[in-house]
Design a protein around this ligand. Structure first.
Ligand SMILES: Nc1ncnc2c1ncn2[C@@H]1O[C@H](COP(=O)(O)OP(=O)(O)O)[C@@H](O)[C@H]1O
Ligand SMILES: NC(=O)OP(=O)(O)O
Length: 312
């Protein structure tokens, strides 16, 4: 039986503007189709931090500067980012499938993910969205819009929004039907549009769910054999960016937890990835393993030539 893998795509697979994104998704599509051609069932999750921030800011400025556009709530901006990224990704994957004569289909499912309205994440915004700004620019936007900005590792200031923990993928059954039919599915884009359950049905909330955490939830619920997190580095490191940096080819859940307690993984970047891998490996009913590696070397990593594997 074909192995089922959930692939979480990081920012370097998508770029920061439409031109860059169209160019980068062509490379991303090659990697995805390589995996599909190798016999894997592939389900794709992806980030949306830069994109949802861009859409939200554009809508806010247009609405408040005479652009004659209506106020656009944040969850709707999240939905727009799923459509915009999914459109480019599915188009590139369809083109790559067709170029190689592979008779498979690819489509994006606009996906909602239920979160707890009492999640402590709502009180402490942590998820960076949009572009980087100077201190002065950030202060001016914060004063006008009431946004929260934080300084991001010496790279400038970035807006942060709440990032609650994903609890349930609303369209899971639809995703599973398409995967069972042999199609490549793009889902939980930007971690999924966050919604809360109310007596009147689902209601969108202003937040951005971490896509690695949603991809881990998806991998558990869809009984994936592997969760693959693709980012900018080939392997997870200890003493990252220090003279004695060391790449890890593998770690068990308990080894990963020990390294977390020793603060080896940066909170806004590698930590949620390692935590998502632990979550999947621990809860997987298929004895699943997780892999963190770079987009460019995904196929090699699946052959054990690079990447960091996380096992029980
Ligand atoms: N211990 C570590 N090992 C490897 N990379 C790390 C580590 N700590 C932080 N990083 C950084 O985390 C980055 C991945 O996080 P991020 O850029 O947020 O991912 P994404 O690809 O999802 O946008 C890596 O490219 C690297 O710069
Ligand atoms: N939603 C999300 O995790 O986006 P980024 O990967 O862009 O931070």
């Amino acid at each position: 039986m074909a192995e089922r893998i959930v692939v979480a795509l990081g920012g370097n697979a998508l770029g920061k503007n439409p031109e860059e994104q169209l160019e980068l998704v062509r490379h991303t599509a090659k990697t995805i189709v390589d995996l599909s051609a190798a016999g894997y069932e592939v389900i794709i999750g992806h980030g949306n931090g830069p994109q949802v921030g861009m859409i939200n800011l554009a809508m806010e400025f247009s609405a408040s500067h005479g652009g004659k556009t209506p106020y656009m709530p944040f969850p709707e901006c999240g939905a727009m980012s799923q459509g915009y990224i999914g459109y480019h990704l599915q188009q590139a994957i369809q083109a790559e499938l067709s170029r190689r004569g592979i008779r498979k289909q690819c489509a994006t499912i606009v996906t909602q993910v239920v979160v707890d309205e009492k999640d402590p994440g709502f009180a402490h915004p942590t998820k960076p969205v949009g572009s980087f700004y100077s201190k002065e620019e950030a202060e001016a936007i914060a004063a006008e819009k009431g946004f929260t900005f934080v300084e991001d590792a010496g790279r400038g200031y970035r807006r942060v929004v709440p990032s609650p923990i994903p609890k349930r993928i609303v369209e899971l059954d639809m995703v599973e039907q398409l995967v069972n039919a042999g199609d490549i599915v793009i889902t939980v884009g930007g971690g999924g549009i966050p919604v809360v359950e109310t007596p009147d049905g689902l209601k969108g909330v202003a937040a951005v769910i971490d896509k690695d955490r949603s991809s881990a939830l998806l991998a558990c619920d869809i009984h994936a054999d592997k969760l693959i997190i693709l980012t900018a580095v080939d392997r997870v490191c200890v003493h990252f960016n220090q003279p004695d940096q060391k790449e890890l080819s593998a770690m068990t859940v308990s080894e990963a937890e020990k390294l977390i307690s020793e603060k080896e993984f940066a909170p806004g970047s590698m930590l949620p990835k390692v935590e998502s891998c632990i979550e999947f490996v621990r809860k997987s009913q298929t004895g699943g393993t997780a892999l963190i590696t770079s987009l460019a070397r995904a196929a090699e990593a699946l052959e054990g030539k690079t990447g960091t594997v996380i096992t029980k």
